[in-house]
Design a protein around this ligand. Structure first.
Ligand SMILES: [Zn+2]
Length: 367
């Protein structure tokens, strides 16, 4: 099945890692009439908001609240360059909505490729405590902006699948407003948008769209903005087969952003077909990046185990993102799967260590 959305990557940003400086100078060079500085990070870096459109329906979105989650930033950059090449896609849309997009809410964490801000605060758990500059910037914009919808844009780990087989490349959530997870009018409004995205995307991304757990997080952003009366939609970009760099994810994320804006411009607060949300499969935690199966250690007694590995994303000295394998679990992992699995039956475990220690770098081989 083909689709008519003319996806192309923004050529200025080929990599998953984005230096804040490069992003800011790109925005200044190309969108100076549309951006303004809305605050500063903990270390004094500027935080920029870009405003597109002049419609009555106001939408706020923010990316990289968690610094090591850049897919949404890249998707927005892709969408901007697609709109430039295909003005017919955005003309009508941007007459109906106004999109305020906060790029890289956590530029310090983005620079260092860490989830948290420069003071190790998780901005997405700081809504009540207000310890971070960044959450204060976000709240003052969102709570005073008269917004009809919010898009809270994140990435999730590679461990999630939709069905135990296919990765959850995109997951969405209409967050709960209370511990009881009541199905409120606001939740229905954001469910209706997610349902519309899902109906548009399940043909182009079959079996790889899920919904995130709706457990209520009392200090989280989305949950509290919902509680404050603004329909919020959580996006999570996840894994796609053989795509640690998330290039495919980025492409689908761009589609999802576009379809979200389209759906908002059509729904205008309506809850039409929100029930479809319940058809979306729930995220399942089933996978590791890599499993070595049936590894026989060099012990006097018989010791055969599975070894699970996750890649840690580490910036090297040239600010290139590298994927470093670490032992994350050992033992009987028959109830889990690996995106890659290596059967080590009748092979030799080669290591200076007696056994693969938990949380250690993978410095063994199996030959
Ligand atoms: Zn996140």
């Amino acid at each position: 099945m083909t689709n008519s959305f003319p996806y192309a990557q923004n050529q200025s940003f080929p990599d998953r890692y984005i230096s804040p400086e490069k992003l800011f100078s790109y925005l200044q060079d190309n969108f100076s009439d549309y951006i303004k500085e809305v605050g500063k990070s903990s270390l004094g870096k500027p935080i920029y908001m870009l405003t597109l459109g002049n419609g009555n329906l106001k939408v706020a979105a923010w990316s990289q609240m968690h610094g090591n989650e850049s897919t949404a930033t890249l998707a927005m950059l892709d969408l901007l360059s697609i709109f430039e090449k295909h003005p017919e896609l955005s003309e009508k849309l941007l007459g109906l909505i106004q999109l305020d997009f906060i790029f890289m809410l956590n530029p310090d964490g983005s620079e260092a490729w860490t989830r948290r801000n420069a003071y190790d605060i998780d901005i997405n758990r700081d809504f009540i405590r207000n310890s971070s500059n960044e959450v204060r910037v976000l709240k003052s914009i969102v709570l005073n902006g008269g917004y009809s919808y919010l898009l809270n844009l994140h990435d999730q780990r590679t461990i999630f699948t939709t069905d135990g087989v296919h990765p959850a490349t995109l997951s969405f959530l209409s967050p709960s407003e209370n511990l009881e997870r009541d199905l409120t009018e606001n939740r229905k409004k954001s469910m209706a948008v997610i349902a519309a995205i899902y109906m548009q995307m399940k043909q182009i991304l079959p079996n790889r769209i899920a919904k995130y757990t709706d457990e209520f997080y009392p200090t989280s952003t989305g949950d509290n903005f919902m509680k404050a009366g603004i329909p919020s939609i959580l996006f999570e970009g996840g894994f796609y087969e053989n795509d640690l760099d998330r290039k495919k994810t980025r492409e689908y994320y761009t589609h999802a952003l576009y379809f979200a804006l389209k759906a908002i411009s059509v729904l205008k607060g309506d809850t039409l077909s929100y029930e479809t949300y319940f058809d979306i499969p729930q995220n399942r935690e089933t996978h590791f990046d890599l499993i070595y199966r049936n590894v026989k250690l060099n012990t006097e007694f018989e010791c055969i185990m599975d070894i699970a590995v996750q890649y840690r994303e580490i910036l090297d000295e040239n600010k290139n993102l590298t994927y470093q394998p670490y032992v994350i679990e050992v033992g009987d992992l028959n109830h889990k799967k690996g995106w890659t699995e290596i059967d080590c039956t009748d092979k030799k475990f080669v290591s200076v260590k007696k056994f693969p220690k938990l949380d250690s770098f993978v410095d063994f081989s199996v030959e």
